[in-house]
Design a protein around this ligand. Structure first.
Ligand SMILES: Nc1ncnc2c1ncn2[C@@H]1O[C@H](COP(=O)(O)OP(=O)(O)O)[C@@H](O)[C@H]1O
Ligand SMILES: N[C@@H](CCOP(=O)(O)O)C(=O)O
Length: 293
């Protein structure tokens, strides 16, 4: 069998709704594939009981269809579904990279991103590529209709995952349909600041660039304890905090790797204040999907 480790990701980063994404050094899904006449799927690991094994409903199965690459697919979930950490995308990205190698398809990263985004369309209703792009390519990615740009940023991060479920499909329903000129100006300024910060590996600029006032406030209402966790992380030295993807995960940017322990503890106590259990991952910007033959 051919094995791929595909990382969890954090999409949006506040100012880059449906565009920005970061590969996380941990956690990750492991996807194993072997050729078969028809696609079958087995899922183990975090939250596997909630994940469909019907290939038409599983993001990895949709990728097998898109690449015309039927396979026996085993997925070991390191990323719980409905997390805001790109769980469905990690399986889609892992399957895309694995099936491309298994069938020697020779697809480019952009083609793999497009196939994996079709998996996202099945679960969330939109073929947003901001999770699958970093899970395939690694680093900080800018995913647009005309292609993907990436930067290998270095940044210490904490992602805190509260014990509540927010599906991306539901969280897309609360996104406002319009923005004011003032909101657009703020978002463009933040997105530019964040992108510059990624190029310079500058946590201060990245933290400031997370700020936006359209999508994040609407979704914060779905994440009990978000305000408390955010305040606690900032008090503990994070340079910026936002909702990871569609939530409920929360992303904090840290100045130094050694700050992560304190920020993680603060976020857990913030959620605890709101009576929500949570777990924290001390992580960093990581590479893309890795193939093991
Ligand atoms: N391989 C997969 N891994 C995770 N979730 C999947 C997979 N295939 C389909 N799903 C479905 O996708 C939904 C989770 O995706 P989503 O809401 O985008 O959350 P996340 O932010 O964790 O990716 C769940 O309904 C889950 O059953
Ligand atoms: N841009 C999407 C990102 C969803 O990320 P996920 O990790 O929650 O699946 C959105 O914000 O809807």
């Amino acid at each position: 069998m051919l094995t791929v480790r595909a990382p969890a990701t954090s999409a949006n980063l506040g100012s880059g709704f449906d565009v920005f994404g970061l590969a996380l050094s941990a956690p990750a899904d492991v996807v194993r594939v072997e050729k078969a006449a028809e696609t079958t799927i087995e899922v183990t690991g975090a939250g596997s009981q909630y994940i469909p094994t019907d290939p038409a409903k599983n993001t990895a199965g949709v990728v097998a269809r898109e690449l015309d690459a039927p396979a026996r697919i085993e997925i070991d979930k390191g990323v719980r579904p409905a997390s805001g950490l790109g769980s469905s995308a990690a399986s889609a990205a892992g399957a895309a990279v694995a099936l491309n190698a298994l069938y020697d398809r020779g697809c480019s990263d952009e083609e793999l991103v497009r196939a994996a985004a079709e998996g996202e369309a099945v679960v969330s209703g939109a073929a947003h590529a901001d999770n699958v792009a970093p899970s395939i390519v690694g680093g900080f990615t800018i995913a647009r209709a005309d292609g993907v740009t990436s930067v290998d940023a270095e940044l210490p991060l904490v992602v805190c995952l509260p014990d509540i479920v927010v599906s991306t499909r539901d969280a897309r329903e609360v996104v406002p349909g319009t923005v004011s000129m003032e909101e657009m100006v703020e978002t463009v300024g933040s997105a530019a600041t964040l992108t510059t910060g990624m190029h310079r590996n500058d946590p201060e600029l990245v933290g400031r660039g997370l700020q936006e006032s359209v999508v994040t406030p609407a979704r914060a209402a779905l994440v009990t304890g978000y305000d408390e966790a955010k305040r606690a992380a900032l008090d503990a030295g994070a340079t910026g905090v936002t909702i990871s993807g569609a939530g409920p995960g929360v992303l904090a940017v840290c100045r130094r790797p050694e700050d992560r322990r304190r920020v993680a503890a603060a976020m857990l106590s913030g959620f605890d204040e709101a009576d929500i259990d949570a777990r924290a991952y001390q992580t960093a910007v990581g590479g893309g999907a890795e193939l093991f033959r």
